[in-house]
Design a protein around this ligand. Sequence first.
Ligand SMILES: [Zn+2]
Length: 216
Amino acid sequence: MGARSVEDAHNAVLATAKELLAKGLVEGTAGNVSARMPDGNICITPSSVDYRTMALEDLVVIDTSGEVVTGTRAPSSEKSLHLACYEAFEEVGSVIHSHPVHATVFAVARLPIPACIDEFTVYVGGEVAVTEYAPSGTHDVGKAAVACLADRGAALLANHGMVAVGKDPADVLHVTACVERTAEIVLGAIALGGAVPLPEKVNRNFKGVYEYLRNN
Ligand SMILES: [Zn+2]
């Protein structure tokens, strides 16, 4: 899976990066968006460029070993996280790393976000786990994330933020926003006395829908 053309990938990555900031899912120049292209190379946002002024020519194309193929900027400092996801899961066509406030509260508390909303399991696959801790920008972040993403659309990076995977940037932005919204709702439910998980059978059925959507 991935973008239909090089042009598609660039347009989708740029539009999604700007929306990530507009939706408050990142702050400043944090976070990063990428898409797999038909030739197997990856289009990724650059390091330390303001999303508001970011243009198509700021995007960087890297190969699967992380070497720059085209572009004048340095690729995102979390490129190895993106590459690890593409290497592990051939059906994944896009990766987004973000720092949403409520999801990061769970990442800092090192608590999973429970599956307690129907659409959450449909789009994400079930409870979103916290990875093993690894310092930002290291290969270990990717290794830790991949361990949690085989049957899930997102994982919480311990003491850091979130990573989400899916077919294309718009799809992965939706997953990111869905996880963040659920994290906020669950925190509210905990304040009211606790979040009640979905019945196990319902959760299993919706997980089946997620797996179908991920692989088809
Ligand atoms: Zn980060």
